[in-house]
Design a protein around this ligand. Structure first.
Ligand SMILES: Nc1ncnc2c1ncn2[C@@H]1O[C@H](COP(=O)(O)OP(=O)(O)O)[C@@H](O)[C@H]1O
Ligand SMILES: [Mg+2]
Length: 421
């Protein structure tokens, strides 16, 4: 390479590159290719400085082994490359075998290269990396060659800065978008909350009236009167509306809980008993594996609401029949020495596809034509208010049908709640 105009070609090519892409690794790999070609060398590599490790990491190369990219770490000041970085100046060596400073790195396969020209990449006063060229034949790098590599180094430093600035702008933009999204979301939730409060308040009283009146009507209707089935229908639907209103009410005012000592197994038994009629009709087998539990500190109405919501979901999912296994037990949380009550509801229903799983706890998320989508979000809020956890996974114990397992954990003694009661 004799013609000084090569400098111009190189600068023009690298300049073009920078206007075309802002992807750092793309820029670096193109720069090493262009440089090796123009300088007619066997190797061109770029190392970037990692502040945390105080080392130079190989980021792009042509000529050295490709597997080495990302894996070669040269301590600041070590070998010829490290020295160029540490001293912030060009180091040229005609024959590394004659140079004590040279440190050979086996992973790169560089033993066949004799001469090296090492130029620091700078960013204002700071060294941010090194660009190296190497040749097999011992070679004295001439002044204009050193000048060329220095100019390339300058260009690379500039484009790295642009790319980094751009990355920063992008991430700031992403952050802004997320904040905005959260803001809109929380505004929406607040509006929904207000709506839910009004609705649940307005609906509770008339529903209670409807329920009372239809129960009276049921009593006054003769056993054989065919109108009795209509009254039962009214009662069923009133029950359903009542549950929706309770969920709405909890969604709107989650923090009004009354804690007492509660027999959780009894609540589960009561709820299951209430639904027995439907279970038989729907061909659902219920198996109970309830272990003896101590009384737990909980809001019994809210806990019941959780159990009802989970069991109704299981029944919805097993409209063609199936099996529901309800179990309870106590586990000891060792690090804290706390006893935790656990409850599992395992069904063999239609299960939850992966893309749905991430949404099921969101308020108003439903996959059912007649669903409201508040059940699980309310369960989660109630369980968390009890300092507990709720999780859902696919039921792996079943053969062909999938189904899900809902697991609930509630600390048995919740000192915080005792105090605030
Ligand atoms: N046992 C279950 N089996 C299958 N899918 C379920 C089960 N429980 C909940 N899901 C899914 O989670 C969604 C949200 O449930 P939920 O919050 O109770 O609202 P809703 O029952 O009104 O749809 C349901 O629409 C359903 O897709
Ligand atoms: Mg539900």
């Amino acid at each position: 390479m004799k013609k000084p105009s090569d400098t111009l070609i190189a600068i023009a090519k690298i300049g073009d590159l920078v206007t075309q892409t802002l992807d750092t690794s793309e820029i670096l790999s193109q720069v090493v290719a262009i440089t090796a070609n123009i300088m007619k060398v066997d190797v061109c590599s770029i190392y970037l400085y990692e502040r945390d490790e105080n080392a130079l990491v190989l980021e792009a190369t042509i000529g050295l082994k490709h597997d080495a990219v990302g894996h070669v770490h040269i301590s600041f000041g070590e070998g010829i490359t490290g020295r160029a970085a540490k001293q912030g100046r060009i180091v040229a060596v005609k024959d590394v075998t004659q140079d004590k400073r040279h440190k050979y790195i086996p992973m790169t396969g560089e033993e066949e290269y004799r001469s090296i020209l090492s130029v620091p990449l700078r960013f204002q006063d700071e060294v941010i990396g090194v660009i190296n060229v190497q040749t097999k034949e011992p070679r004295t790098f001439e002044k204009h060659e050193r000048h060329l590599l220095k100019t390339i180094a300058h260009q690379v430093s500039g484009s790295l800065r642009n790319a980094r600035l751009y990355e920063r702008v992008l991430s700031a933009k992403r952050e802004l978008e997320q904040t905005q999204e959260r803001l809109v979301q929380s505004e929406k939730m607040a509006a929904l909350g207000r709506l839910a409060t009004t609705l649940s308040h307005e609906l509770r009283n008339p529903l209670a009236g409807l329920k009372g009146a239809s129960q009276l009507l049921l009593k006054k209707t003769d056993e054989l009167d065919e109108r009795k089935q209509y009254v039962n229908l009214i009662l069923d639907e009133v029950e359903r509306l009542g549950r929706i209103v309770e969920d709405l009410f909890h969604f709107a005012r989650p923090r009004v809980l009354r804690y007492e000592m509660v027999d959780a197994n009894k609540i589960i038994n009561d709820v299951l008993l209430l639904n027995t009629h439907d279970q038989v009709l729907m061909n659902i087998t219920v198996r109970k594996r309830l272990s003896k539990l101590p009384m737990i500190m909980a809001d019994s109405d809210k806990f019941k609401q959780v159990v009802v919501n989970i069991i109704l979901n299981a029944m919805d999912a097993m409209s063609e029949g199936g099996e529901l296994i309800v179990s309870s037990g106590v586990i000891r949380n060792e690090p804290e020495g706390k006893d935790i009550a656990t409850f599992q509801f395992r069904d063999t229903g239609y299960g939850i596809p992966e893309d749905v799983m991430g949404h099921i706890f969101e308020p108003f998320y439903t996959t059912k034509p007649r669903g409201v989508g508040l059940g699980l979000s309310v369960c989660k809020a109630i369980i968390e208010e009890h300092c507990g956890r709720i999780s859902i996974s696919t039921n792996n114990t079943t053969g062909d049908s999938t189904g899900i397992v809902v697991t609930i954990e509630i600390p048995i003694n919740n000192p915080q709640k005792v105090l605030t009661k």
